[in-house]
Design a protein around this ligand. Sequence first.
Ligand code: NAD
Length: 363
Amino acid sequence: MIIGVPKEIKNNENRVALTPAGAAEIRKHGHTLYVQTNAGVGSGFSDEDYRTAGATILPTIEEVYGIAEMIIKVKEPIAQEYNLIKENQLVFTYFHFASSEELTHAMIARKAVCLAYETVEKADRSLPLLVPMSEVAGRMAIQEGAHYLEKPLKGRGILLGGVPGVPPARVLILGGGIVGTQAAKMAAGLGAHVTIMDVSLPRLRYLDDIMPANVDTMMSNEYNIRDRIKVSDLIIGAVLIPGAKAPHLVTRDMLKMMRPGTVLVDVAVDQGGCIETCKPTTHENPTFIIDDVVHYCVANMPGAVPYTSTLALTNATLPYAIQLANKGWQKACRENIELQLGLNVVKGEVVYKGVSEAWNLPY
Ligand code: NAD
């Protein structure tokens, strides 16, 4: 198959869909690979790295889209890219169709085959191509939180781990899924006192078993949240209710109960946020302050660490990309239900229920 990897053109997107190691793997399977010049630069990979791995470098995005049977990328196509996509071309990337009616209609009109990373699903209902980004965001949440707790950044001026003779900071994590677990591991590793809240008792049992002694677990309810926010230095929002907006677990009035300089990192901001006062921010301007409480609400946290994020993402996507290249999308999706669930829009038809429901389109 002829595979193309364009350079991401969405603002501030430095990830790339394939590493040089992935390129070599694809070439080993006998496929032809075209990579746009400088596609990997933001993640630390040069054109020469891809050339050495057996790829051909093309100078423009038009040439990559023009020649490829399968496009592998990271972010959903933006308006400039719509017209580059060809009929019957397989596009394997994040699409998030349910949040963009314009993109949905554009892809229907292009009659491409759109296989969305975010809906590839395993039998246990986990989403293998979303997990790596949650792992990155969870770990980063503590790094960012620790930074904004510093006084010059308007935080409480407390060191997460404390020092001998001085108690550590208290970290409250709302939601003990992928993000929450990774955040808890990082905070505990730095020596903080960590509390994880979740509504799932089996999940709390599991976390209690695997976490170190400086992590405790609590049922998530309003009473417990009100009780803990008064003494927490760093609060991480990591709740997800699949297919729905995040519930506002920390409400506006609760800010008054927190100590000045408390830091809130709402990782769930991409689903509306679980802290009422959070609204999406960017890496250029990541925080704002309400009632002396620092809010960090960057919606694409992994974008700040493109080297790690690219490797984490491609570790997960490459095996699927190779199946698609080896078998063609029809056979690969017939034989692998996980991939089949990734099909969202196929040759002008919406084939994913969530997308048809979001925009009232036939399915
Ligand atoms: P997950 O499904 O693994 O975990 C969510 C957890 O929330 C589950 O354990 C669930 O039981 C728990 N939960 C549900 N309702 C709750 C409540 N009322 N109180 C406490 N816990 C509750 O999801 P995840 O992969 O950890 O993702 C969490 C959020 O982070 C999602 O919104 C995801 O989109 C977001 N995310 C954001 C970024 C970013 O850059 N900002 C990056 C990756 C993921």
